[in-house]
Unconditional design. Sequence first.
Length: 228
Amino acid sequence: MNKVLIIDDDVSLLDVLSLAFEDAGYEVITARDGIAGLGQVTARTPDVVVSDINMPGLDGFTLCKRLREQHNDVPLILLTSRDSEIDESLGLELGADDYITKPFSTRILLARVAAVLRRQSMRTEPQEQPVVCGRLELFAERLEVRYDGQPLRTTVTEFRLIQALVKRPGRVYSRQQLLSTIRGDDSVVVDRIVDTYIRRLRRMFETVDPKFESIETVVGLGYRWRDG
């Protein structure tokens, strides 16, 4: 269960928001001013903070600034009754994740909170380490190919073919060896289909580098990945 800290000196709004978040399945923590809110961040470690800007003692901008100065990256959504691009810009520059002007729908606020939590989870998930071969990067879990830092869209079969070639750069693979690797079954397929895949891959890499030559044809034997 995600914990949300709601900070606002408007008690009636605090009650409304608390009920809405509890109904949505959140554990709710509340504070009526910025100083108390800052203490709750330290004591309760919420997953997300929703804070008013105009509060006594410590306003939302200062709260945001202090959290970021402490290297606390808890997602923070600021609420304000003022409609000003300058205010919005300042809040985001200080490190706020989002900014909502009052009056607002609780449904919209819940959606914004869910969105920042999704982004936060993506940032905190362990990042897959790619297989690197020269200018090429392969992310097996995501089936993602990058060449010179540029993402390339491939099919699963094309990805497996690249993966097979770069596993041992310089080694020559016959069409049948490559076909066996990329299909992983005993189905009967003409091995020349590999030539079609190779042509498609070359065209794909040439969109990044028109002089791409890393997939080399070895006449009478097959193909290899030439690093460099």
